[in-house]
Design a protein around this ligand. Structure first.
Ligand SMILES: NC(=O)c1ccc[n+]([C@@H]2O[C@H](COP(=O)([O-])OP(=O)(O)OC[C@H]3O[C@@H](n4cnc5c(N)ncnc54)[C@H](O)[C@@H]3O)[C@@H](O)[C@H]2O)c1
Length: 384
């Protein structure tokens, strides 16, 4: 039995705690948790009498009580504790995002690469059949060489009460960003997982545009890919009703994912070849509208599916659905978008890690944002 510990049993950590306690991950058992909050520790104690409870992560990592750790703390700590775990010979599964800035994620990846341990990341949306199908359609060449991408995710609406619910949320020091590091890491990952990494970005962000926060709650980014393709990525937590759609336009047609449907307008021939060879100026290639079947099945428990896969990877060598090392791509994209907005200029990918890091430090140092913490003390020492 693989003995798992969880660092951080807040909103998300409690989800992991609950399915592990219910024995829903074959081959694994919950053996310990660590949380700096006494309320969180009390919560855990009242729900599982068979686990060890620690006040800090290091004590749990040193305890010998666990073989592997899930990290569900605020984002800055993900690489910090993953590195600490891997260096102690423990496997690690980090929550998204992999970290706040690429420099710290790169360090985590370097440690993971030589550790001989399994580092996974909770990109639970990769388990959705619809996302896997779109990825297959692009990878198989069905859509043709990508010309343009368009990902609009404005259905992450959050109220002011959400931002006020945690002292760390939506501050440069505590969270390190807004929608790009909290809600949209899933979409940034899918964007690159399906369409590949852009080579440069020009982004425009609204900081506290819709909420009393200092970080970005609105992003409009234009991206360019190495093959000359272009794209846009738009996201916000301030609009309702929002929408969520991904369009990929390739040389063999246009694919649109929205809700649980994929529609593909398939060109019978290469659009470029048609354009080059057609003798009629207004004629279009023959297009077939196809509704692509999305496989059903699955129990919809995405987080549990990622955890099961990570455990199987540790115990049986099964390939990971989401390799921890791949988390850096979404962080690179988020960093590049913020960097572009801050400097009012293009940002290349891979991101200038040092420049981003130093500008982030400036934001943290100059933060004048005061936040209600519900009476709780804020201590971000050493988090970034
Ligand atoms: N994969 C998903 O779908 C998903 C969904 C929600 C949140 N998340 C991620 O999970 C992480 C946590 O988010 P949340 O909403 O649960 O936050 P939260 O504030 O509800 O919980 C965080 C917990 O971590 C504890 N904590 C903070 N610093 C700690 C430290 N140094 N050591 C030990 N414990 C510490 C806090 O006391 C709290 O109990 C975030 O990175 C977030 O992006 C992922």
């Amino acid at each position: 039995m693989l003995r798992i510990g969880i660092i951080g049993v807040g909103g998300m950590g409690r989800g992991h705690f609950t399915y592990l306690t219910a024995g829903e991950v074959p081959g694994a058992t919950l053996s310990a948790i660590a949380d700096t909050s006494s309320a969180a520790r009390e919560w855990a104690k009242s729900r599982n009498g068979n686990i060890q409870i620690f006040e800090d992560a290091e004590s749990m990592l040193d305890s010998g009580a666990i073989d592997a750790v899930m990290i569900a703390t605020p984002h800055y700590f993900h690489p910090v504790y993953a590195i600490a775990a891997l260096k102690r010979g423990l496997h690690a599964l980090v929550e998204k995002p992999a970290g706040v800035y690429a420099k710290q994620v790169r360090e985590m990846n370097e440690v993971a690469a030589t550790s001989g341990k399994v580092l996974g990341i909770m990109f639970n949306q990769r388990t959705r059949h619809i996302h896997q199908k779109v990825r297959q359609l692009v990878a198989s060449g069905e859509v043709g060489e990508i010309r343009r991408t368009q990902y609009i995710i404005t259905d992450w609406f959050r109220s002011q009460a959400y931002y006020d619910s945690g002292g760390w949320r939506a501050t440069w020091a505590g969270e390190g960003g807004g929608v790009l590091v909290n809600q949209s890491p899933h979409n940034l990952d899918l964007f690159q997982w399906i369409c590949g990494m852009p080579s440069r970005v020009r982004a425009f962000c609204g900081f506290g545009r819709f909420h009393r926060i200092e970080v970005e709650d609105s992003v409009t980014a234009y991206v360019e890919y190495p093959n000359g393709a272009t794209g846009i990525f738009i996201t916000t937590t301030g609009e309702a009703p929002g929408s969520n759609s991904l369009e990929i336009i390739g040389d063999r047609g246009r694919l649109r994912m929205e809700g649980n449907t994929i529609t593909f307008w398939r060109s019978r021939e290469s659009v470029r070849e048609f354009s080059d060879t057609s003798t009629e100026g207004f004629k279009q290639p023959e297009i077939w509208r196809c509704e692509i079947p999305v496989p059903g099945g699955g129990d919809g428990a995405e987080h549990r599916a990622i955890t099961r896969n990570w455990v199987k990877s540790i115990t049986e060598g099964t390939p990971l659905i989401a390799e921890g090392a791949e988390g850096i791509h979404g962080v690179q994209l988020a960093n590049a978008m913020l960097l572009s907005a801050w400097t009012d200029d293009w940002a290349d990918l891979p991101t200038d890690e040092e420049k981003f890091y130093s500008l982030l430090q400036e934001k943290i140092a100059n933060s004048s944002h005061e936040k209600s913490t519900g009476g709780k003390a804020l201590d971000f020492a050493g988090t970034f």
